[in-house]
Design a protein around this ligand. Structure first.
Ligand code: GDP
Length: 466
């Protein structure tokens, strides 16, 4: 054991920061094997170089680390990331006018000594900017689940390459709490409660330099009390490993970290440090009396990076995988039941899916039949309405025709009567003219008499009509 530790210590002499991940990984592996029976070998065989072989392989492949930063726009997420890693990460300017929470992720290839790190930083654009923040946590949970899903898909592939696979799963979530206010907001509590079972959650107070030390102390206390009373489980640095137990257990009492971010250099005495300059003095971000940035970096990158990766795999991903597989119909066998058979599970699931499909088909068919019936009924109704309208028009037409016939008949009768009167008048006039030619002397007198007769009047008017 001691020898392995020495080998590893030697291997990593001179490596700092995230390269220490590998050391912790191997110490954990060796500790798990401690309970096994050990035999003394008579001479040096050489398998004690196995950790080094593995380390070399891992170093050659490189590591992935994915950080999710959740917090309001402008709380200092991007600045803190740049401060933590000592380089400026170009980032899209955040806006307060996002319609919904949008997750933006960017990946960077970093290298420290011989250790390569693929770092992915995920930002939550628009978080806390909406009027209704009720659903703000959903896109974050969906993103975390989507990464687990991708990993599971890779695991379930026939041809899988997990060794070279760039792990997309979120290893840590830095939850930024606003320094304004006396404690957590409802949005913070709800979101943290939802995230606790999905990711390693570390609360931090952003822009901690804008409140006084006293206020900061009270804020930290209030936040911890509230997290405790609402049962929000935050990540605890592991204390099982004796090498890091002391530092980790002392830092476990420092939550939440009060951080200040800055990538600017300020002059303090005759040296340049990272900090924020104010008219009344400077805040040095790497000064432990000013803020907890150094503690956070120490815990996150130098001491517990591998534990964060491991917890993601063994706790959060395992939970997701279990639920997903159970949902798919897989289950572990009880000790008293038959042994687990993948074939049987597959068959059972297949049958279940076929049943579901048939059920869906049947309901769709029923829906189609109902729709056809409905349309048929509607068409029949329309046909009936049209028929009624037709009958009504037919009746109207008939009545109109009848009344016109009646009028025609009346007019014909009037015409006949008129013709009869006309004939009578013509006859009278003929007779009168005849009488005139026989008695010329009485002409004027008879003429007078004739014009006084009513039939003569009607004759005149009849002629005029014609
Ligand atoms: P993000 O939207 O959360 O990524 O916020 P940014 O990192 O872009 O920071 C928004 C503004 O706050 C910038 O002007 C930063 O200079 C400033 N800022 C960032 N961190 C701090 C901090 O710790 N203290 C103070 N006072 N300002 C900060």
């Amino acid at each position: 054991m001691m020898r392995q530790k020495l080998v590893l210590t030697h291997c990593f002499k001179g490596l700092f920061g995230f390269s220490s991940v590998i050391c912790i990984f191997f110490l954990n592996v060796s500790r798990q094997n401690e309970e096994q029976r050990s035999l003394e070998l008579s001479g040096h065989v050489g398998f004690d170089s196995l950790p080094c072989q593995l380390v070399n392989k891992l170093v050659a492949r490189g590591f992935c680390f994915n950080i999710l930063c959740v917090g309001e726009t402008g709380i200092g997420k991007s600045t803190l990331m740049s401060t933590l890693f000592g380089r400026t990460f170009e980032n899209e300017e955040a806006s307060h006018y996002e319609e919904e929470v949008r997750l933006r992720s960017q990946t960077y290839d970093l290298q420290e000594n011989t250790v390569k790190l693929k770092l992915t930083i995920v930002h939550t654009a628009g978080f806390g900017d909406q009027i209704n923040n009720e659903e703000s946590y959903k896109p974050i949970l969906d993103h975390i689940d989507a990464q687990f899903e991708k990993y599971l898909e890779e695991e379930l592939k026939i041809k899988r390459s997990l060794f070279n696979y760039d792990d997309p799963r979120i290893h840590v979530c830095l939850y930024f709490i606003s320094p304004n206010g006396h404690s957590l907001k409802a949005l913070d509590l709800i979101t943290m409660k939802k995230l606790e079972s999905k990711v390693n959650l570390i609360p931090v107070i952003g822009k901690a330099d804008i409140i006084s030390k006293n206020d900061l102390k009270n804020l930290k206390r209030n936040i911890m009390n509230e997290l405790l009373s609402y049962g929000v489980q935050i990540y605890q640095f592991p204390t099982e490993d004796e090498d890091v137990a002391e530092i980790n257990s002392s830092i476990n009492n420092c939550f939440p970290f009060a951080v200040v971010g800055s990538t600017d250099d300020v002059k303090i005495g005759n040296r340049m440090v990272k900090g924020r300059m104010y008219p009344w003095g400077a805040v040095q971000v790497e000064n432990e009396d000013h803020c907890d940035l150094v503690k956070l970096r120490e815990m996150l990158l130098r001491v517990n990076m591998e534990d964060l990766r491991e917890q993601t795999h063994s706790r959060h991903y395992e939970l997701f995988r279990r639920c997903k597989l159970e949902e798919m119909g897989f289950k572990d066998t009880d000790p008293d039941s038959q042994s687990f058979s993948l074939q049987e599970t597959y068959e059972a699931k297949r049958k279940e899916l076929i049943r579901e499909l048939q059920h869906k088909e049947e309901s769709m068919r029923q829906m189609f039949v109902n729709k056809v019936k409905e349309t048929e009924a509607e068409l029949k109704e329309k046909e009936k309405e049209l028929q009624e309208r037709f009958e009504q028009l037919k009746r109207l037409h008939h009545e109109e025709k009848k009344s016109l016939e009646e009028k025609r008949r009346e007019l014909e009768e009037e015409m006949n009567a008129f013709n009869r009167r006309k004939v009578a008048a013509d006859t009278l006039m003929g007779q009168a003219l005849q009488g005139c030619s026989q008695q010329p002397l009485k002409k004027d007198k008879d003429k007078k008499n004739f014009f006084s007769l009513p039939s003569a009047c009607s004759l005149t008017s009849g002629r005029n009509l014609n």
